[in-house]
Design a protein around this ligand. Structure first.
Ligand code: R5P
Length: 282
């Protein structure tokens, strides 16, 4: 077995290969003069683990090309982040079901798929091969433990992320809750923990994705108004679009961290061990 990856997942793929005690294949990525992607893979094996986060259209094309380059092998696809997973239904007539499009595009040529904290598990059914989803909730919990916070409160930004917050909190036996949004006027909203108080406490807001950072920036500002001592945030997928990281830090958040499903300089949690464990098991 060898590991091969797209350009956007080089660090994670190398860590996965290390955890599996195997080699990562050298790939030369370049472009034709007209901008089309080109790649040339080194020596492969009969069993390949293909690691590639889809973070944009280019990484999707590169991943499809890579699967084709491995077409002589048995291929297991690891999709640490899957863009388009949030468009998992037709919210309005005339829209595509984009998650289904991506899943269908990536199914041919692979024997199974592994995702990490996919936004909606129903999307797994759109792959035409077996697909499983892993969670980094416990890994985020371990990261929080390394901060040595005194009795932290783990908060989900909304009710939908409550199970995730509960799993994170279970690592340290910490209290957890979710934020509730109350609309005060057309322009004003208030966000408070549903049951617990943040006053004088260290709070860690956890979520699967930080995209624009809007949700967490608003929450953090309000938690400080409510007397929180410190606010931290940790997520699995650091999309950080449109200056989100800076927006969050500017609200006074002490630290913003994410995992390496999308490789960032604040990727301080790795999905590698979970991925290697899943590959070994099945
Ligand atoms: C939503 O359901 C997700 O779990 C995240 O809460 C959302 O994607 C975050 O978006 P943003 O960072 O743009 O507020």
């Amino acid at each position: 077995m060898k590991v091969i990856c797209t350009e956007k997942s080089q660090v994670l793929a190398t860590q996965v290969a290390k955890a599996l005690k195997t080699k990562v294949v050298d790939v030369k990525y370049s472009r034709f003069p007209d901008g089309e992607h080109y790649l040339l893979a080194g020596e492969m094996d009969d069993e390949m683990v293909i690691v590639g986060s889809v973070v944009d259209s280019d990484s999707l094309v590169q991943l499809m090309l890579l699967v084709d380059a491995c077409d002589h092998a048995t291929n297991r696809l690891v999709l640490p982040y899957m863009a388009y997973a949030r468009q998992d239904k037709r919210f309005k007539a005339g829209e595509p079901i984009s998650s289904r499009v991506v899943a269908r595009a990536l199914s041919p040529g692979v024997s199974d798929v592994i995702t990490v904290n996919i936004h909606e598990k129903e999307v797994l059914k759109s792959f035409s091969v077996p697909a499983q989803n892993l969670s980094l909730a416990k890994d985020i919990g371990s990261y929080i433990r390394s901060l040595h916070l005194d009795n932290p409160l783990i908060l989900a930004p909304d009710e939908g992320a409550m199970v995730f917050a509960e799993q994170v909190a279970s690592v340290g036996g910490w209290e957890y809750d979710h934020l509730e949004k109350t609309r005060l006027s057309g322009v004003e909203v208030r966000m408070t923990p549903r049951q617990l108080s943040a006053t004088s406490r260290s709070v860690v807001i956890v979520d699967d994705i930080i995209s624009t950072g809007g949700t967490i920036a608003t929450a953090a500002a309000m938690l400080y108004q409510q007397g929180a001592k410190d606010v931290f945030t940790a997520c699995v997928h650091g999309v950080f679009t449109g200056g989100a990281y800076v927006r969050l830090m500017a609200t006074g958040i002490r630290d913003v961290v994410c995992s390496d499903t999308i490789e960032r300089s604040c990727s301080r949690i790795s999905a590698a061990d979970r991925i290697a464990e899943a590959l070994r098991k099945s």
